[in-house]
Design a binder for this molecule. Structure first.
Ligand code: AHR
Length: 309
C-alpha cells in the first residue's frame, strides 16, 4: 500500500493477515457439515485465513489440534468442543500464548471464565424445552400416561446435556409423561438405527408413545428402522427431533415425524463479526445465541423454505 502525505509518497506496512485456527469436533452429521461450511464461507468473505482441523469425535485429537494452532501462533482459535469438561490445560496454554479462544456451537465448563472470550452457538436448554412444549400441545386433553424413549447425542456434550435438561424441566411438571429409557445414539444415523433396533428386539418399543431424538441424523436412522417393522413412525409413535435439516422437513411433510426443533448451524457470519469486534478490542457478551424456530405438524409446511442442509 502507498499513499501521499504532504506531497511525499509514504509506504505503509501491508495489512497483517488474520489467521484463525478452527478446531471442528467432527463430521458426524449433516448439521455439522453445514456448520463447518458456514464458518469456512464466512471466513473467506471476511478475508480471514482459516487453519482447519477435524477432531474426528475425539477430545484428545482436538487438544492436539489446539496445541498445533498455538505453536503456529494463530491470531484467534475457534473451538467446537466435543464435550464440556477437560479443556483447562490446553486453554491455559492458549492464554499464556495470548491467543484468544472463541467457542462455536457447544459450551464448556471451566472454573476460570477468562479461558475463553465468548460462545457463538445454540441454546440447548431452549431446544429441549421446545421439544417438550410440542408434546404438551400434541397431547393436550389426553388423559392416559405417555411413555417416552429418549435417544441422546454424545454423552458429556453440552448440546445433549442441555437438551435433556430443558426437556425434563417441562416434562417433569406433567405427571402424564415418563421417560422410560434414555440411550446414547451419539448424534449419528447408524447409531440411532442401532439403538432403536436393540430396544425393539428387547421388546421395549411396545406401548411406547413418543421418541425424543436429540438430532435429525439419528431420527432418519430411527425412521428407516421403524419402516422395516409394523410400527408406523409419526402415527403409532410420535417422533420429536432436533436440527430441522431438509431431510427431517421431508419426513415431517410425509407425516413420518411430528416435530423438529431448529438448531441453527449458520454460525459463520456471527463468528466473523465477533472476531472482528474482539480484534478491535470491543467488549463481548459471554453468550451469543443464534435465532431458532420450531417446525411441526402444526406449522404451515408448504411455506417452509429449503433449509440448505
Ligand atoms: O451440538 C449440536 C449438535 O451436534 C447438532 O444437533 C447435531 O446434529 C450435531 O452433531
Amino acid at each position: 500500500l502507498s499513499f501521499l502525505v504532504g506531497g511525499c509518497e509514504e509506504k505503509s506496512e501491508p495489512e497483517k493477515e488474520i489467521v484463525i485456527g478452527f478446531s471442528q469436533l467432527g463430521s458426524e452429521s449433516a448439521w455439522r457439515e453445514r456448520n463447518t461450511q458456514s464458518i469456512l464461507e464466512a471466513a473467506e468473505m471476511t478475508d480471514y485465513k482459516i487453519l482447519f482441523a477435524n477432531g474426528q469425535q475425539k477430545q484428545n485429537k482436538q487438544i492436539k489440534d489446539l496445541r498445533s494452532f498455538i505453536a503456529s501462533r494463530v491470531d484467534v482459535i475457534v473451538l467446537s468442543p466435543i464435550v464440556e469438561t477437560g479443556w483447562e490445560n490446553v486453554l491455559e496454554e492458549a492464554k499464556e500464548a495470548d491467543i484468544p479462544v472463541i467457542l462455536n456451537d457447544r459450551s464448556i465448563v471451566v472454573d476460570d471464565p477468562s479461558l475463553y472470550q465468548t460462545l457463538v452457538g445454540t441454546d440447548g436448554i431452549a431446544q429441549g424445552r421446545r421439544a417438550a412444549e410440542f408434546l404438551q400441545k400434541k397431547f393436550a386433553g389426553y388423559e392416559d400416561s405417555i411413555e417416552i424413549v429418549e435417544i441422546t447425542g454424545t454423552p458429556g456434550s453440552s448440546s445433549a446435556e442441555k437438551r435433556g435438561e430443558g426437556f425434563r424441566e417441562i416434562i417433569n411438571t406433567d405427571p402424564r409423561f415418563s421417560i422410560i429409557t434414555s440411550e446414547n445414539g451419539d448424534y449419528m444415523l447408524s447409531k440411532g438405527k442401532q439403538v432403536i433396533r436393540k430396544l425393539d428386539q428387547a421388546g421395549q418399543l411396545e406401548n411406547i408413545d413418543v421418541i425424543f431424538s436429540h438430532n435429525d441424523d439419528m431420527t432418519v436412522g430411527i425412521v428407516e428402522y421403524l419402516e422395516t417393522t409394523t410400527i408406523e413412525p409419526g402415527k403409532d409413535i410420535v417422533i420429536v427431533s432436533v436440527d430441522a435439516q431438509q431431510e427431517a422437513i421431508e419426513l415431517l411433510k410425509a407425516g413420518k415425524i411430528n416435530c423438529t426443533v431448529e438448531c441453527n448451524p449458520n454460525s459463520g457470519p456471527k463468528l466473523m463479526t465477533t472476531i472482528n469486534h474482539l480484534l478491535n478490542n470491543g467488549k463481548l457478551e459471554k453468550h451469543n445465541y443464534l435465532s431458532e424456530q420450531v417446525f411441526s405438524e402444526f406449522s404451515d409446511l408448504a411455506a417452509i423454505k429449503d433449509r440448505g442442509y
